[in-house]
Design a protein around this ligand. Sequence first.
Ligand code: OGA
Ligand code: MN
Length: 329
Amino acid sequence: MASVQVLTATSVPTYTTSLRVEEPLVKYRQIHPTFGAEATADFSQITQDLVDEIKRGLAKYGVLVFRKTGLDDARHVEMSHLFGDLDDIAPFVNGLGQKNRLSSDYLFDVGNVNPDNTVMQPGGMRDLLLRCNYHFHADSAFNPRRAGVSLLLAHELPPEELGGDTEFADTRSAYESLSPERKEEINDWVVMNSQLQCRRNANTDENGVINPLLATDEFDPMKHRFGKHKLPRIAAHAHHVQGMDVDEGQKKLKELLEYVDNPKFTFRVKWQDPGDLVVWDNTCVLHRAIPGGYAGKYKRDLRRTTVHDMGPQAWGLNEVGATWRSGLD
Ligand code: OGA
Ligand code: MN
């Protein structure tokens, strides 16, 4: 008769410590076939390990969408410092005599809220300047040192049906889809970027007439310095291509931007709740705000921190260490 071996408690090996599966710091669910992920993480503990994992996620996905992070201004800024050197708005506040509504000069105010906490009305100067965000761009491409990671946190949102999404475009897959000849043609283009180019274009009508408020030398890109970066920085701040006739360069840049504006390369993030955080890498994706019916009626209060590019291409073809800012020189 076969004997039955009975496992007693003492004969069961104790694997519990050596085989415990660590929970990943960030979990990802891809959004679009080529890029972007909805991601989850615990933001109650902000550690360098968490930030390093988010950076790994960004290298893979380009854009990460975290819901209801529970972050506030102070912790948003604190976490951003762990990504690298932060860009700040002090030169713009001082240069344009604007009042900073927010508690820190590391917070870029991209919302439609006035310093007195009322909803911004369409047509005022700040509204005109913010319209630049409706066009695909990479943050700070107009400055000598370009941006790496941006972290945009929602504080107050309009009713969902009134719009205000943010759209992203995958420039890596768009570039890869070009023919070898086209890649070769554009690879070495040095693009002359200006904050003012985008602001002017965003306020020019179909007949080419610029809003008179911006039709001054102060807003003329040719009267200011350009942030010079290689073409992969192509976007709405691009004014022309170095060494190419201005009109021809503008036409070719427009063609490339139109090529990227295709669902094959884009997806939209619907903001849902305060605390939603979208993090992206400006060196491989473009982004833009989608206008909506909320304008002039409901607050859309989004605040961004901007990490300088910490890599070797950060300064493009500009003088390394330059601190001038586009439009303020
Ligand atoms: C930005 C930006 C887009 C938006 O914060 O840099 O462009 O949807 N935002 O507000
Ligand atoms: Mn932006």
